[in-house]
Design a protein around this ligand. Structure first.
Ligand code: M2E
Length: 263
């Protein structure tokens, strides 16, 4: 079959993007929305949409590793998700533990560092131990960092950072006059990672839902109707082509954004 010219141009464009690192995001964040609606559409039993969603992440992770993305952060469980029906919360907690166990060999294979962000205090001690263990075992991997946000909220994150600064003031280690955005930035989650430069939300809603508020201050936003279990590397690749075009168009501004890390 002959490849249509438009497809050839698209392929060439995405090859070119990957060769110019300044046109590629360093840090992609994803709000993986639409699992329950996927379950409804496919007449699955309650909760099975989340199982489908769990499996959709693997090809996305592999694609990100292969294109040299440094950090991929996904919203697995928000601080607001605690208000979902108790049996859904219980299922999600079981799925989280199951997924972490399942993912370990893959993390080894692809040399991916696994990290977790969020308020761990409401999580079971078993889950907390599993998370700490996974972080320790993958700490030296360098192909990519996969960040899983669990019991995470952007407002919690900023409040938590403010509390750290307040403690420093109380201990006489910091003057109130010296509090500024750089000082606060040093204490939000992922302070040592590059800022989020691409934020994707699947599932057709146009909200940030309290995800990485501070870290996404300059992020390019991408929304798709695609439900999370249907999201593919192909669609991500199309978004990356769009991202590169936005970077080209706003060349000057994006250069300024590129250099500003969160630390
Ligand atoms: C995930 C968690 O809705 C969530 C259910 C569990 C799996 N999931 C979606 C995740 O986001 C942990 C790891 Cl290590 C990877 C993915």
């Amino acid at each position: 079959m002959i490849t249509p010219l438009s497809q050839q141009v698209d392929d060439l464009m995405s090859t070119l993007n990957k060769n110019d690192k300044s046109l590629m995001p360093r840090h992609i964040a994803i709000i993986m929305d639409g699992n329950n609606r996927y379950g409804d559409h496919h007449k699955l039993a309650k909760g099975e949409g989340h199982i489908a969603g769990k499996d959709a992440l693997d090809p996305i992770v592999e694609y990100c590793v292969s294109t040299g993305i440094e950090v991929l952060t996904v919203f697995a469980f928000s601080s607001e998700n605690w208000q979902r029906p108790p049996n859904e919360v219980a299922l999600l907690m079981r799925l989280l533990a199951l997924t972490i166990n399942e993912q370990m060999p893959r993390m080894q294979k692809y040399r991916i560092r696994l990290r977790f962000i969020g308020d761990r205090s409401p999580l079971s001690s078993e889950l907390q131990d599993l998370m700490t263990d996974a972080e320790q075992k993958t700490a030296d991997f360098e192909a990519m960092t996969l960040v899983i946000a669990i019991s995470y909220g952007g407002q919690w994150d900023v409040a938590h950072a403010a509390k750290t600064l307040a403690e420093q003031v109380l201990a006489g280690q910091l003057q109130i006059e010296d509090i500024n955005k750089e000082r606060l930035a040093a204490h939000v989650q992922l302070a040592d990672a590059p800022a989020v430069d691409m934020l994707i939300r699947t599932g057709g809603e146009y909200r940030l839902s309290n995800f990485l508020l501070w870290q996404s201050a300059y992020a390019e936003l991408f929304f798709t109707q695609t439900l999370w279990p249907d999201f593919t590397p192909n669609e991500l690749e199309a978004m990356l082509t769009d991202f590169a075009q936005r970077q080209r168009r706003f060349g000057k501004t994006s250069e300024q954004v590129q250099v500003q890390d969160l630390s």
